[in-house]
Design a protein around this ligand. Structure first.
Ligand SMILES: *Cc1c(COP(=O)(O)O)cnc(C)c1O
Length: 386
């Protein structure tokens, strides 16, 4: 389906049809995988749109077109991991530049900003992004960009995207949003003025825990040209096979997100009333401090729930072992439910002090709810909590 023919299709329709290339040789209904590393020229200076797979590939392009449409961007580039999106974006900056981001963003991104970019002379300030004033105060004359991640991980704090992009615009800064936790089904950061959206497609976009990948989506075509140049020059693009898996997964995004959310809500409500649970973090609960803002900028609350267990009453190791349906694993966004302890697992790479300041403790438990039946998940948690 070409851009020109597009009417105002909704996400459910776009995710199935956009970017899907039909093979004219046999009229295949789905996009074939083109693993070819190189493509033959018909004559000097003339080929069928692709010459070499690092630079471009039809299967990868099909996914890129699909994701650009879902986010409402002008172009997308799909990378081999979520971290490869930051590797690529890091090259938009030069020595002496400065970035402002949240204290409680993805731990791998914190590690990249704290240990990799400084070796190239690029520094980052980490602030409480739920307060736009803190962002404003952190801006220096050499600040070039703000990086937004909302809801945050693992405590699901909400950042006001429109307020932060307004601050960024005042100071002529590039604004980047990591939309991995919500997916474009629940949140579309371009609508609030960001310049670049990034994803770890490993999570909800692929949704089946069987690929690692990333995507960079731009609103402005000129910035897109720069990203295209960098992805090719750096070699950060994904393999055709991985692109094909994500394209297959993304077709059911809307229906999976609804199921993730239904399960998250059921589990959050159950835990909120449980005597062995001290606190539940889920933006869909009225008691969540970001609930009103979440309702304003998101069309749903997502599938992630965290809670603080009462460690006087629960032994987490025994609790995890008693669960039948939840795997003790990092990552998120797949059809199967996962559970983990951020203190020793997903967030162990950030300093103990930073974890404590961010409100994470050994009693914090993070869950990625899958698409199983909510009653089965609640029953499993009830039995395991005892
Ligand atoms: C997982 C994740 C990443 C990194 O993605 P990888 O595919 O693991 O490289 C970045 N941001 C967020 C919010 C994530 O959850």
């Amino acid at each position: 389906m070409s851009r020109k023919e597009q009417r105002e299709y909704r996400l459910e329709t776009l995710s199935v049809h956009e970017g899907v290339y039909k093979d004219t040789a046999y009229n295949s209904v789905t996009t074939p995988i083109y693993p070819s590393s190189t493509f033959a020229f018909e004559r000097i200076g003339q080929h069928k749109g692709y010459d070499y797979t690092r630079s471009g590939n039809p299967t990868r392009q099909a996914l890129a077109d699909n994701l650009a449409a879902l986010e409402g961007g002008t172009g997308a580039w799909v990378t081999c991991t979520g971290m490869a999106t930051f590797t690529t974006l890091g090259y938009l900056f030069k020595a002496g530049d400065h970035i402002v981001t949240g204290k409680d963003i993805y731990s791998g991104t914190i590690r990249f900003l704290n240990t990799v970019l400084p070796t190239h002379g690029v520094e980052t300030s980490f602030v409480n992004m739920s307060d736009p004033d803190e962002v404003r105060k952190a801006i220096r004359p050499n600040t070039k960009a703000v990086l937004i991640e909302t809801p945050s991980n693992p405590l699901l704090n909400i950042v006001d995207i429109a307020a932060i992009t307004a601050v960024a615009r005042e100071h002529g800064l590039l604004s980047i949003a990591d939309n991995t936790f919500m997916s474009p089904y629940f949140q579309r950061p371009f609508e609030f003025g960001v310049d670049i959206v990034v994803h770890s497609t490993t999570k909800y976009l692929n949704g089946h825990s069987d690929v690692v990948g990333g995507a960079i989506i731009t609103r402005d075509a000129k910035l897109g040209e720069r990203i295209a140049f960098l992805v090719n020059a750096l070699g950060t693009a994904c393999s055709p096979f991985d692109a094909w898996l994500v394209l297959r997964g993304v077709k059911t995004l809307a229906y999976r997100m609804e199921a993730h959310q239904r399960n998250a809500m059921a589990v959050a409500r159950f835990l909120a009333d449980h005597p062995k649970v001290k606190k539940v973090y889920y933006p869909g609960l009225e008691t969540h401090p970001g609930h009103a803002l979440a309702k304003k900028q998101m069309r749903g609350f997502g599938g992630m729930v965290s809670f603080d267990a009462d460690l006087d009453k629960v032994n987490l190791d025994e609790f995890f072992a008693r669960l039948e349906l939840f795997s003790l694993a990092e990552s998120l966004g797949g059809v199967e439910s996962l559970i983990e302890q951020p203190w020793t697992m997903s967030h162990s790479s950030i300093s103990e002090q930073a974890r404590t300041e961010g409100g994470i403790s050994p009693s914090t438990v993070r869950m990625s709810l899958g698409i199983e039946h909510p009653d089965d998940l609640v029953a499993d948690l009830r039995a395991a909590l005892g």
